[in-house]
Design a protein around this ligand. Structure first.
Ligand SMILES: *[C@@H]1O[C@H](CO)[C@@H](O)[C@H](O)[C@H]1NC(C)=O
Ligand SMILES: *[C@@H]1O[C@H](CO)[C@@H](O)[C@H](O)[C@H]1NC(C)=O
Ligand SMILES: *[C@@H]1O[C@H](CO)[C@@H](O)[C@H](O)[C@H]1NC(C)=O
Ligand SMILES: *[C@@H]1O[C@H](CO)[C@@H](O)[C@H](O)[C@H]1NC(C)=O
Ligand SMILES: *[C@@H]1O[C@H](CO)[C@@H](O)[C@H](O)[C@H]1NC(C)=O
Ligand SMILES: *[C@@H]1O[C@H](CO)[C@@H](O)[C@H](O)[C@H]1NC(C)=O
Length: 622
């Protein structure tokens, strides 16, 4: 339908130029041609087609319309409103008629351009000057008694100012002075961005609202608060900060066209002009409100429990790696085998080694540098034993010094630094809010991110959080700004004592201000300037330095390193050694016991047997 009108009018406009049909009047317009060209250029700076509304076909109106047809460089539509066309031209002889025709058109978009030409004088109390009819469009009025322009800063009440040159009609690119008008702003308590605290009830535009009192010094602190105060000063506006209505802070997306509650809904209902409270630049929110350039990138991190000190039962095996132990064992076996075989082949070789077990135990003895029995002091295997003992000496020296160093320092569990380790450690986490939108919080390219969903606890009371922290498998979610960690929820200094920062970030986001469309350009301009000049980083550092607690600064410091103090040895690291001793004595006792039993079956009694043994000993000594 719209298209066919469009085609029809274009057709009319083309033919009209050739044949003098009904639209062409005999009269002459009261505006000079050059002036009219200037008016059109200034008023329709960005639109590329125009909706034309004529209220009457008097001679004067027809003449101005002819002038428009000659001057306007793009297509236009007559008496039909097409939303794609941002330009609107209202023409008539009486201001009342023109206002009637304006009221029929929905004027909502910020980049609409309206030109009104009245072929008459208009008085200063004309209903044309009632700003409520124009929404947030840009408006120029030209009449025989003068020209007016509607203020461009969109703050109510918008006012018409009389101008005396066509250049004044030009729509300025960005308004940077809001002339002390009051902006409605929405925010919350959200350290370190804002520290707003006490509210009072106040009536704004006939509606009750919770307005922050700003009577405390702390109310004026916070990173975003400082940035906002700079914006207010630079753009010359005053403000009232209120709390979000209802139970939500930001609200929730219900479907593609409907957002429920929170400050996003207040923006959509135009109750507020601007909002800031750690708002994330997410596509969901971006679809519903205009978000400024981001002013900072924030990384999401977990605080995880610090690794505990450990002592292993097998600490005695620690100085050597597994391969060295295997190598030692095989060297021992191979060497024993060599000695055993040689003893059988070489007749000069000590005969006792024809028993493999004796070869093995003797070689272990040499390796551990036990005294060398007399029987082996024969020339044949002297070099071999010497080399073997040297190797033993090297190994034992290496082992002893490494063991001493290890036992004197402390050992710790592995640190949790990646989502994989987080997952293995079976950690829980939580927030006082509902389950957050996962795609916003976590980096979904990491396969372990999905597992976080099942580990989430909705914290209802601080006592519950305290209990989880005491249980020791709880991770604290927060954001890292300028190398400092800021928890998402309130956490006491004491709770943080045993926490450190997990190195791998789990997500990231950009923070922005939510603004009405007409505030977008000026706010963006200021944010870019603040970013370039480093003012943002300065305030960030300043606020965090003043507000951080001691333990929050400590979370990036690792405590599980050797601190130079000497440990007192306890039983545990020597456990394996004592265990070996115990097993050895057990085997020895058992062997003795069985030998005695065997001998006892031959002799009369154990008592006799023991007497025989001591007799034998006396004999050999004498
Ligand atoms: C301006 O227009 C609105 C609605 O069109 C009307 O309610 C209001 O009374 C008008 N104001 C004046 C001063 O005429
Ligand atoms: C702010 O606006 C007021 C009111 O229009 C004006 O008097 C003042 O000069 C402006 N201040 C600046 C710095 O532009
Ligand atoms: C708000 O201020 C009161 C006293 O002025 C203080 O006790 C309270 O802790 C503050 N609340 C927050 C959230 O800072
Ligand atoms: C906020 O929550 C309370 C209690 O859950 C409920 O009674 C109230 O209706 C809610 N308010 C809004 C605006 O949803
Ligand atoms: C979105 O949700 C609102 C409220 O529940 C409903 O009225 C509307 O029809 C829904 N729109 C679509 C496109 O589903
Ligand atoms: C502002 O937001 C509206 C609706 O969310 C969107 O259609 C429009 O393109 C946005 N304007 C800018 C300049 O981003």
């Amino acid at each position: 339908m719209e298209m066919s009108i469009f085609v029809f009018v274009t057709f009319v406009s083309l033919t009209a130029a050739d044949k003098n049909d009904i639209f062409v009047s005999e009269g002459k317009s009261w505006i000079a041609d050059e002036s009219f060209t200037e008016i059109i250029k200034s008023s329709f700076a960005s639109s590329r087609c125009c909706n034309v509304f004529l209220t009457d076909w008097t001679e004067g109106s027809s003449a101005v319309f002819d002038q428009f047809k000659n001057v306007y460089p793009y297509d236009y539509l007559l008496d039909a409103s097409v939303h794609k066309c941002q330009g609107f031209f209202f023409l008539g002889s009486s201001d009342d008629d023109v206002v009637e025709s304006i009221k029929k058109v929905p004027l909502l978009q910020p980049n609409m351009e309206i030109l009104i030409v009245v072929n008459n004088d208009i008085s200063s109390d004309s209903c044309l000057f009632n700003d409520s009819a124009y929404g947030i469009a840009n408006v120029n009025i030209v009449s025989m008694s003068g020209m007016w322009k509607l203020s461009e800063n969109y703050l109510r009440p918008r006012v018409f100012t009389k101008i005396d040159s066509y250049e004044g009609m030009q729509i300025k690119d960005v308004t940077m002075n809001f002339q002390n008008k009051e902006l409605q702003v929405c925010s919350i308590f959200s350290p370190p961005m804002t520290y707003l605290n006490r509210t009072i009830q106040k009536t704004i535009n006939g509606v009750e609202a919770d307005v922050y009192t700003m009577d405390n010094e702390l109310d004026w602190d916070g990173v975003e608060m400082k940035l906002f105060l700079i914006m207010a000063e630079k753009l010359n506006f005053t403000w009232t900060i209120r709390k979000p209505e209802g139970n939500y802070t930001y609200g929730q997306r219900i479907n593609d066209t409907y957002w429920m509650g929170g400050l996003i809904q207040m923006m959509r209902e135009q109750k507020i002009d601007m909002a800031f409270a750690s708002i994330w630049l997410t596509s969901d929110q971006y679809r519903f409100v205009n978000l400024s350039e981001s002013w900072y990138q924030i990384f999401i991190h977990f605080l995880v429990p610090r690794p505990h000190r450990t002592t292993s039962f097998w600490a005695l095996t620690k100085p050597f790696s597994e391969e060295i132990w295997y190598l030692l064992l095989s060297a021992l076996l191979l060497h024993s085998l060599y000695t055993y075989i040689r003893a059988w082949i070489d007749s000069k070789f000590p005969r006792q080694y024809r028993n493999f077990l004796i070869a093995l135990t003797d070689l272990i003895g040499y390796l551990l540098s036990s005294s060398v029995p007399k029987s082996t002091r024969k020339k044949t295997n002297k070099l071999q034993i010497l080399l073997w003992q040297t190797a033993g000496w090297l190994i034992i020296t290496a082992y002893s010094s490494s063991l001493a160093a290890r036992l004197a320092s402390s050992e710790y569990e592995n640190r949790i630094d990646t989502l994989e380790q987080f997952s293995e450690a079976n950690l829980q986490w939580g927030l006082t809010k509902e389950l957050p939108p996962f795609d916003d919080y976590f980096d979904m390219t990491n396969p372990y991110s999905m597992k976080l969903r099942s580990r989430f606890n909705h914290i209802k009371k601080y006592a519950q959080l305290k209990r989880l922290i005491e249980q020791g498998n709880y991770a604290i979610l927060g954001k890292v700004m300028d190398d400092s960690f800021v928890p998402m929820d309130y956490i006491s200094n004491e709770d943080l004592k045993n926490y450190r920062l997990m190195r791998q970030p789990v997500g990231q986001f950009y923070t922005a201000f939510a603004v009405q469309p007409w505030l977008l350009k000026p706010i963006n301009k200021i944010i870019l300037r603040l970013r370039e000049t480093g003012i943002i980083s300065r305030h960030l550092r300043d606020v965090i330095r003043r507000r951080d607690s001691y333990n929050l600064r400590e979370v990036t410091v690792e405590h599980d390193r050797y601190d130079g103090s000497i440990q007192v040895l306890r039983l545990m690291p020597l456990g394996a050694g004592f265990f070996l001793l115990f097993i050895g004595s057990l085997i020895a006792s058992l062997t003795l016991f069985f030998e005695l039993r065997r001998a006892a079956s031959r002799a009369t009694s154990i008592h006799d047997l023991l007497r025989d043994i001591s007799k034998e000993r006396d004999f050999s000594h004498s």
